[in-house]
Design a binder for this molecule. Sequence first.
Ligand code: E4P
Length: 221
Amino acid sequence: MELILDTADVAAIKELNDLLTVTGVTTNPSIITKSKKPFDQVVKEIIDILSEDQKLFIQVLATTCDEIVEEAKYICSLRKKNMYVKIPVTHEGLKAIKKCKKLGLGVLATAIYTADQAFLAALSGADYLAPYVNRMDNFGDGVENVKELIQMLEKNHMDTKVVAASFKNTKQVHQLLVAGIQAVTIPVDVAFHMIDHPGTDSAVKTFTDDWKKAYGITALR
Ligand code: E4P
């Protein structure tokens, strides 16, 4: 199971990377612009935080096959290993996915709104498929569609990984974890909603208060 952070917020990546066991970071052009930093700078800052075993996923902006492949080569040159290029599953994108795989680049097929789109990208060799769970809810049932995709890949013995994306709440993540999703990429707010619970804080406060009443200190000894 891969837990990935869907953000270019460097401070949040540092904090969550300390708190959790994180496989990597995904971004897209909109996420990068929210950092309000130049592309090369923010990518370097993220690379500096990650260990070389953690994965980084950067999306192309080009929309024609040849230009996508050129951007993909540049993106994958930014790091020695574990760099993946995100390519939207447009006509040009699908062609580019095949070319990038022939070049041996790591590819995540993105902007996926249906299980069928994802399946076709998997047939073209994509390493990861990113269905946009929350956005899919505007056209049907995102979680159910991703569950179908998992079955389609399993039935065809395909090892392409689904990295469910575009989450807006913990329920969506939870439902896919129950379904056995291989990877999720979650935004910072959803990560903290998964971590934090007022009951946990209250329990810890009671432990400390009881100890202090009994022994007059707040440490074990
Ligand atoms: C990640 O790979 C996707 O680009 C991202 O999850 C999309 O999220 P959004 O629907 O919140 O923009």
